[in-house]
Design a protein around this ligand. Structure first.
Ligand code: SF4
Length: 555
C-alpha cells in the first residue's frame, strides 16, 4: 500500500526565546570556562622574595668588594667592608609593592641606600608588565635618576613622580611601589591606631571635634563651627624615616597662626628606653612648640628642637619625619583629574559597537580608520599577556578601567550575541589589516590543504600560551602577539616581527594574521562559534580547565 499525499508532521523548531536562552546558557558556560582557567592561574603563584641572591648581585655592583649581610633588618640588607663598616643598605620594594599593578601586573625594584641612608640607586628587578613597556622604562635614565640623593624619609612621598611616556602605568606602578615600600601604603600594619581628641587637648584645649581633609593624614580641629588648628599624622601621610629599629608615628599640631602647636610621638618601632625618652622629652619640653615652619625645615641640627642624650638615632628619625611632614603640608594640594584617555576610549568602544551593527563598506572603513587612530593614541588592545597578568596578579581597577571595558566588550558581546564586534570593528590590528586588504589590488587565496593546516595555528598558539602559563612559566607572553607595538613602538623583537610580517601578509591574504596567527582571535572565536550548541571545542576547553586545576594542585 502506498500512502500518498499524507500530510507530513510539521518539524518543531525552538521558539526565538528558547534559542536565545540556549545561546545565553552556552555563552555563560564558555565565559565560565575562561574564568575558571584564569582562577587556576591565580591560585598557582609562588614568590622568591626571601631569596636575596638578586639583591646580592646588585649590591656588589654598587659596593665593589663589599659584603652583604645574610639577614635583613626590616627588609634592609646592610653591605659592609672588610672592617665591618657599613657602606650602605639594599632592600626590595616587595612585598609592599606586590599589590600595586601596572598594565598587567606588579613590578619590583631594588633600592640601594648609601651610608647616610640616601638613595644611591634604584635598580629594576622584575615586572609582570608587558615586555615593551618594561623595556621603555628600563631605558629611561631620568626616571631612575629622580630618586638619587633623596633621603629615606622622602621616599614615601609619591607626589608627582617623573613617569615614562608610553609606559606610564608601568613606571607609575614602580614609583608607587617605592612610595609603598617607604610608608605610603602599609604603614597601618605598624601603626593601626588613629589619634584621638584627648591626645591633642594640650595644643587645642577648646577643640571639640575633628574633620578629615581630602589630603591623606591631614585633619582640621574645631570648636563648634570655628576651626582652631590642623593636625598632621605621619603614618597616614605616608612619611616614614627609620630610626634604630624602624620608623616612628608622629603627630604635629599646627595653629591657625601657622606656627607649631606641638609634636607628639604616637608610636615607634624603636626600642626602650629610646622610645620613652623621646616621648617624654616631647611631652614635657617640646622644642618644636611655637616655632615657625621655616625655622624647622631650614635647620640642619635636630638638637635645636629635640635633644635626648643616648637616643640620637631615634631623635634624628623623629626630626626627619617632622621636616618631611611640614614640607608636604606646604605643598599645594593636587586635585585628581579624569585622564583624557578614559572618555576617548569609551567613545571609541561605543562607536565600534554601533558600527558593528552595520554591514556596509563605508561603516567598515570608518570603523577601521577610527580604530587605527585609537590604537595609536591609546595603545589599547586586548591580548593574552594582559589577561594572564590579571589572573596572576589581580587588576588595578584605577588604572585598568579602559582596558577592562574593552575586555568586557571583547568577551561578553560574543558570548551573548554570537557576534565578534571586537575583531570586526574595534581591534586596531585587525583594522590595519582590513585597510591594507582594501588598498592591495591583487588578492590571493591559499591552496585548500595549506589553509586547512594553517588555520589551526591560532588555536595551537592559544593552547601553548595558556599551557605554559598554567605550568607556571614566567614568560613574556606579550612576545607571542604583535599588539604591544601599538603601545610601545618597535622595541621588542618578536612582537615587531609578528607585527611586520602580519601586515605585509595582509596585502596579499585577507586578514592573514587574524586567520593564521592570532591566539586572541581564536579565543574570541571560541565564544562565537556555534551559538547555543555544545561542541567538541567546548568539551576540549572543559578538559583543559580540569587539567589546569589538577596541575594547580600538583605543581
Ligand atoms: S583576530 Fe586578533 S588581530 Fe585579528 S581582529 Fe581579532 S584580535 Fe585583532
Amino acid at each position: 500500500m502506498v500512502i500518498a499525499d499524507m500530510p507530513s508532521r510539521p518539524s518543531i523548531s525552538p521558539s526565538p526565546w528558547r534559542r536565545r536562552w540556549q545561546r545565553w546558557g552556552i555563552g555563560v558556560c564558555r565565559l565560565s570556562l575562561i574564568a575558571l582557567a584564569m582562577a587556576a592561574l591565580a591560585f598557582s603563584q609562588k614568590t622568591d622574595e626571601d631569596d636575596p641572591a638578586d639583591l646580592r648581585v646588585i649590591a656588589m655592583q654598587h659596593f665593589p668588594g663589599g659584603l652583604m649581610d645574610d639577614q635583613a633588618e626590616d627588609g634592609f640588607y646592610a653591605v659592609r667592608d672588610a672592617e665591618s663598616t657599613t657602606l650602605g643598605w639594599i632592600t626590595r620594594s616587595n612585598p609592599a609593592a606586590r599589590s600595586i599593578l601596572g598594565y598587567a601586573g606588579p613590578s619590583e625594584v631594588a633600592i640601594v641606600l648609601d651610608a647616610a641612608r640616601k638613595v644611591k640607586s634604584i635598580d629594576f628587578l622584575s615586572s609582570a608588565d608587558t615586555a615593551g613597556h618594561v623595556e621603555k622604562v628600563r631605558r629611561d635614565l631620568p626616571f631612575w635618576q629622580q630618586w638619587q640623593g633623596r633621603g629615606e624619609a622622602a621616599l614615601g612621598d609619591y607626589a608627582q613622580p617623573i613617569l615614562v611616556s608610553g609606559a606610564s602605568l608601568t613606571s607609575d606602578s614602580i614609583a608607587r611601589g617605592i612610595a609603598a615600600r617607604f610608608g605610603s601604603v602599609g604603614m597601618d600594619r605598624f601603626f593601626p591606631d588613629d589619634w584621638k581628641l584627648e591626645q591633642i587637648k594640650e595644643w587645642f584645649p577648646q577643640a571639640d571635634r575633628r574633620a578629615d581633609t581630602p589630603r591623606a593624614g591631614i585633619s582640621t580641629v574645631h570648636q563648634g563651627e570655628k576651626m582652631v588648628g590642623h593636625v598632621l599624622h605621619s603614618s597616614r601621610m605616608g612619611v616614614q624615616e627609620r630610626g634604630f629599629q624602624g620608623s616612628s608615628d608622629v603627630l604635629v599640631g599646627m595653629g591657625v597662626d601657622g606656627r607649631i602647636a606641638g609634636v607628639l610621638l604616637l608610636g615607634s618601632r624603636d626600642n626602650e628606653p629610646y622610645r620613652s625618652d623621646v616621648t617624654d622629652e616631647l611631652r614635657y619640653a617640646d622644642g618644636f612648640r611655637g616655632r615657625a615652619i621655616e625655622e624647622i625645615t631650614r635647620s640642619e641640627d635636630p638638637s635645636e628642637f629635640l635633644l635626648v642624650s643616648g637616643a640620637s638615632t631615634t631623635v634624628r628619625s623623629v626630626y626627619g619625619t617632622v621636616v618631611e611632614m611640614l614640607r608636604r603640608w606646604q605643598q599645594p594640594p593636587t586635585s585628581p583629574t579624569l585622564p583624557w584617555q578614559w572618555p576617548v576610549a569609551a567613545l571609541w568602544i561605543g562607536a565600534g559597537i554601533w558600527l558593528g551593527t552595520r554591514g556596509d563598506k563605508r561603516s567598515r572603513v570608518v570603523a577601521a580608520l577610527m580604530s587605527i587612530a585609537a590604537g595609536i593614541a591609546l595603545g589599547l588592545l586586548v591580548g593574552q599577556d594582559q589577561w594572564i597578568g590579571w589572573a596572576r596578579h589581580g587588576i588595578s581597577w584605577r588604572n585598568a578601567l579602559p582596558m577592562l571595558a574593552l575586555s568586557a566588550v571583547a568577551l561578553m558581546v560574543p558570548a551573548f550575541t554570537g557576534k565578534n564586534f571586537y575583531c570586526s570593528r574595534i581591534c586596531p590590528h585587525g583594522a590595519a589589516q582590513t585597510l591594507l586588504g582594501m588598498v592591495a589590488k591583487k588578492r590571493k587565496a591559499l591552496p585548500v590543504w595549506l589553509h586547512r593546516s594553517l588555520q589551526h595555528l591560532p588555536w595551537l598558539s592559544l593552547l601553548v600560551i595558556w599551557g605554559l602559563a598554567i605550568l607556571g612559566w614566567q614568560l613574556a607572553f606579550a612576545h607571542a602577539e604583535p599588539f604591544e607595538i601599538w603601545n610601545t613602538g618597535f622595541i621588542a623583537f618578536l612582537p615587531a616581527a609578528i607585527f611586520t610580517i602580519g601586515l605585509i601578509a595582509a596585502l596579499f591574504l585577507p586578514q592573514a594574521y587574524c586567520h593564521y596567527g592570532c591566539p586572541t582571535g581564536a579565543l574570541l572565536k571560541f565564544l562565537t562559534h556555534a551559538p547555543g550548541r555544545w561542541t567538541r571545542r567546548d568539551s576540549f576547553a572543559t578538559i583543559f580547565v580540569v587539567v589546569a586545576w589538577l596541575v594547580r594542585f600538583v605543581v
